[in-house]
Design a protein around this ligand. Structure first.
Ligand code: PLP
Length: 279
């Protein structure tokens, strides 16, 4: 199927895109990205995604100012590809092309801006039944708060999960659980929700933020505190969150079945609140 994608101001066939290998994204993973989605044709928390994109660009000192057009570009992509009403958008901004290759960069390179849309995959089975995750050592760098495309440790961990028929690899640094390879991680004990605090060790997930807001509004007890990897069996329930993962229960960690192997009651309550707020 031919798909039109956005590349530097143009909508062109995905087969026609040409990027120089001197693009610093290719040489150094010198680029940032966002993954957005719609519900009923409207973006889910677009402003939060733009805010995080600005933060990532600022931290890496990449100059890009065209934020106002992002919503329109993504909408146009969905229209011209007739992917409706709901879709995900992958958006990537690299620092740009520079020759010859040097670690340091020149000022005012022209970023390469790329976006494409995809139909949303049906995740109702995962949402209803829950998923298996594996625990893996967090081998990522110390700026996981920047959404950069430098993702090899996450790729390696997620591949291990895939090879073990698990949905996600949940990562621990020293003895503390940080987050998943592409999700935030939550645990529940005695009806209290735990998730790692915001820091350079995790991504400030937009779904994570939404879940914590819902907990606050609905008087569900929560704390932003680490869970020790060696203590995970002391918790009653787990779930992971993300833009496409939404709120997905975790019912198995490695070979250990959580509780009765079904999504827990607090997890189900949070899921219900999450989907109700979207309607
Ligand atoms: N943590 C990591 C490492 C991620 O890559 C992602 C999403 O891509 C998330 C958490 C979830 O973030 P969000 O809810 O904004 O999609």
């Amino acid at each position: 199927m031919k798909m039109l994608v956005y590349f530097n101001g143009k909508f062109i066939s995905h087969e026609e895109i040409k990027v120089s290998p001197f693009d610093r994204a290719f040489l150094f993973s010198d680029s940032v990205y966002e993954a957005l989605r719609t519900y009923n044709g409207k973006f889910f928390r677009l402003d939060d995604h733009l805010k995080r994109l600005k933060f990532s660009l600022k931290e890496l000192d990449i100059t890009f100012n065209d934020f106002d057009r992002i919503g329109e570009i993504c909408g146009n992509l969905s229209d011209i590809n007739s992917i409706k009403p709901d879709y995900t958008v992958y958006l990537q901004i690299s620092r740009g092309v520079s020759f010859p290759r040097t670690h340091h960069y020149e000022d005012n390179l022209t970023p390469n801006v790329f976006a494409y849309v995809k139909l949303i995959k049906d995740n109702s089975k995962e949402i209803n039944d829950g998923v298996k995750v594996i625990l893996e050592k967090d081998l990522r760098w110390l700026r996981c708060d920047i959404k950069s495309t430098s993702l090899l440790p996450a790729v390696m961990a997620n591949q291990k999960a895939f090879n073990s028929s698990a949905y996600e690899a949940v990562l621990y640094r020293d003895d503390f659980i940080t987050e998943g390879s592409h999700t935030n991680f939550f645990a529940v004990k005695n009806n209290k929700v735990f998730t790692a605090p915001l820091s350079n060790y995790i991504l400030d997930g937009i779904t994570r933020k939404n879940v914590l807001e819902l907990c606050k509004e609905n008087k569900i007890d929560f704390v932003e505190d680490y869970i020790k990897a060696k203590d995970f069996k002391k918790f009653d329930e787990f779930f992971i969150t993300g833009t496409t993962t939404e709120v997905t229960p975790v019912v198995q960690i490695d070979d250990w079945i959580v509780g009765d192997g079904k999504p827990g009651s607090i997890t189900c309550k949070i899921q219900e609140l999450f989907f109700k707020a979207l309607r």
